[in-house]
Design a protein around this ligand. Structure first.
Ligand code: FAD
Ligand code: UDP
Length: 383
């Protein structure tokens, strides 16, 4: 069958960026297979009954230092500057996160504030970012006391809820995403470009996929139209000779042949609140209270004048195939080795490329996945 040049499995950023480029730059015919009833993957958003734009799969804030990725996003639609702020509810009050010098000033009496600040600046440069697990290793009693406090109040219980593990039991890069800042910038991210799409993320995907060369099959799983036989991808029972971009979970693709890869999922509970605003900023983390990790109020991300507001509480939970959504890869040595087996298995399949957070089992942010997709397009899609 030579109707399509390329099959893309999954209409998230990984699949959509590649499909868009193939269709617009090379005039290729692309078939996208997406098992959900909508495009956008986990970045899908829509305006709910309260008139608020909500992110169906959890809050998505775009931030990057990558010029190419930013230029690409900008080419898809209008973007608005948006600097994300988060606070954590600690000992009865909201304090800035990432933990920084302002947080210290809110939590400690002036004499201690001065002592901690002096100590930090003796060991680190102003504006330096220090992962909590590194700060805890410092051979200095005062710094150690501060590090233990931050570890206990910010990280240990949040991480227990989110991952079911202690911070030191998960990949150090995970807690290092939210380092202690030896400075006074309260923003959650410090990247050069921080934006939200003016008309929402879904609109950007409509722009990417609304091309006559792209045929989109929604509510269709890979298995329903494709199969892997003797290391060849079959489409509608016929060998498919073109490239296959696979962005779904890799263990599922191979029938869990080497066992299931572990993910964390989240029970996302949206609530309507009968007042204009619920909280004074977009996200408040609850490391030590309640079963949820954080509350997002979307109106702060996509401002709108409505009488009601929509909030989201995130209750992390274990992932079970077919029951909930695989959101976060769990990076244990066992999972890493298992992933390597799947990756070697996938390499045997002719013309198949694995791209994205699920297929590559990586904690990719949106900019990482766009960067990866642009690179796969450039290097492996006949450019
Ligand atoms: P996905 O978006 O997961 O897309 C994969 C698509 O493939 C899905 O639509 C799925 O339905 C489909 N699919 C899977 N298997 C099959 C199959 N067998 N057949 C057909 N279709 C299939 N990043 C940021 O930069 N900033 C943030 O603030 C941020 N917040 C996040 C919050 C949460 C709760 C989560 C979970 C992620 C967050 N991310 C954030 C990360 C972001 O969601 C990812 O980087 C991005 O969505 C990855 O895109 P992807 O295409 O790899 O995967
Ligand atoms: N984290 C924490 N307390 C916080 C914020 C983050 O312990 O208040 C840890 C936790 O382990 C979390 C990780 O840092 O999973 C990364 O946080 P981030 O906000 O980047 O997570 P995401 O937005 O991807 O869910």
């Amino acid at each position: 069958m030579k109707t399509f040049d390329t099959i893309v499995v999954g209409a998230g950023f990984a699949g959509s960026v590649i499909a868009h480029r193939l269709a617009t730059e090379q005039n290729k015919k692309v078939l996208i297979i997406e098992k959900r009833e909508h495009i956008g993957g986990n970045c899908y958003d829509y305006v709910d009954d309260n008139g608020v734009n909500i992110h169906k799969y959890g809050p998505h804030l775009f931030h990057t230092d990558n010029e190419e990725v930013y230029a690409f996003l900008k080419s898809l639609g209008e973007l608005e500057n948006y600097q994300h702020h988060v606070e954590a509810f600690i000992d009865g009050q909201n304090v800035p996160i990432p933990f920084n010098l302002n947080t210290i000033e809110k939590l400690f009496p002036p004499s201690l504030v001065k002592a901690f600040e002096e100590k930090l600046l003796e060991h680190y440069d102003y504006n330096q970012k220090v992962p909590i697990l590194e700060l805890r290793e410092k051979d200095d009693d005062k710094l150690k006391a501060l590090a233990d406090y931050i570890y206990e109040k910010v990280f240990v219980n949040y991480t227990a809820k989110q991952w079911g593990m202690k911070p030191e039991e998960i990949d150090a890069a995970v807690t290092a995403r939210v380092p202690v800042l030896i400075g006074k910038d309260n923003r959650y991210f410090h990247d050069r470009y921080q934006v939200v799409p003016k008309k929402g993320y879904t609109r950007l995907f409509e722009t990417m996929l609304g091309h006559e060369n792209i045929k989109l099959l929604l509510q269709t799983g890979f298995d329903e139209v494709c199969a892997i036989e003797e290391n060849k991808v079959m489409l509608f029972g016929q060998p498919f000779a073109g490239k296959v971009i696979y962005t779904g979970p890799i263990d599922e693709l191979f029938g869990y042949e080497y066992g299931a890869l572990e993910y964390r999922s989240i029970d996302l509970q949206f609530e309507t609140v009968e007042k204009a605003y619920f909280q004074h900023l977009p996200v408040v983390n609850y490391p030590n209270d309640y079963d949820y990790t954080r509350i997002t109020e979307f109106k702060h991300i996509h401002p709108v004048n409505t009488e009601k507001t929509t909030i989201l509480k995130e209750y992390p939970q274990a992932y079970a195939a077919g029951k909930n959504v695989p959101y976060y890869p769990v990076f244990t040595e066992e999972n890493r080795q298992r992933y390597e087996q799947y990756s070697r298995r996938a390499a045997l399949v002719e013309n198949m490329v694995l791209v994205g957070r699920l297929a590559e089992f990586k904690y990719y942010d949106m900019d990482d996945v766009i960067e990866r997709a642009l690179s796969v397009y450039r290097n492996e899609c006949g450019v």
